[in-house]
Ligand binder design. Sequence first.
Ligand SMILES: [Zn+2]
Length: 373
Amino acid sequence: MLATTRDDRWSKLRRRSPTLPAVEALGREDQSTAREREPSRVETSADPRAVSGVAAVDPRSVPIPVRLNLFLCALVLVLAVALLWAASHATTGWATLFSAVAFSYVMLTDYALLHEATHASLHMDPRWNRFLGRMLGALFPVPFTMILTTHRGHHERNRTDAEMFDLYYARDSCFLKCVQWYGILTGFFWPFVPVGAVLASVFPRALRARMFRERNDTKHLLGDLQGELLRTIRLETAGIALFFVLLFALLDLRAGSVLLCYACFSLNWSTRQYIGHAFTKRDVVHGAWNLAHGRAMSAVLLHGEWDLNHHRHPEVPWIHIPRLACEPESRRGYVRQYWRQWLGPRLTEERSPRATPSLTPAHLQPIRSESKP
Ligand SMILES: [Zn+2]
């Protein structure tokens, strides 16, 4: 009950003001403080905002674009399903391929909206936020609770050893790091998401296997996915399975064409998953880029290329992110940064920063808001 009251209060604040009086000034002041800080000295016990040097943006200045978000959710769901149908019923291989490539771009926006839902920024009403997140997640496909948990972990452990894909220590196997890195770039990251959801739902013991427990990049993740969360993930996975059974039955989809659609999406999504963080400084909050991309792709990604601004202000909805202040030197070309990644992981001696509690205000963190008082 307490969480609901807080959500209502926050929602009203967000609704009240459509202007942005405080955003730019706040951002500038915060970042000058941030530059003076030692990146590796983040402490889990202190106030995360004080440690990172980033103050919260006035919620009245960054309202959620609810109507636009609802329109985009409907558009993405209709387009994605229509393209699955078109790919399945195309009469030529080229038409199937064209539908699959178009599907992969529509699904980038699906993920961007899903990402908004993980930050409780898709809709002001937590119940709608969760419902829309589950619908968008079904198409991905990923249980909403699973991506909500793993994405919160990403914000808390960014650039620590648990999320160090672009770098390796002298003691690491360069070969294995390269396999992992080029696996991400060539599209093999996405399959781990639905496969992980099925394992968590059907064979949760498999996730406790030694190979997962001892790996830096999976042990924290597995620690997060426990108890009540696993039960919710199981229900959501069952819902996703039902969703696809109905899609196949009602639209007479062909498995080969649907797999081609998801193969294109797998490549398109995975290959850009680490672009916002590759070769940035090892800092949980400031270890990201604000990349410069063309207008069309910026719209498809819902400004997802502004990752540094997002990590500094995860509570700010996507539409306001480019208006937050940022240092000119933090911006670089998206395409240039993309190809830089193909030069491979680099040797580092820089120490891992400590994980930082989320910068998202507690009353906006969906898992906490939804938990019982
Ligand atoms: Zn995020």
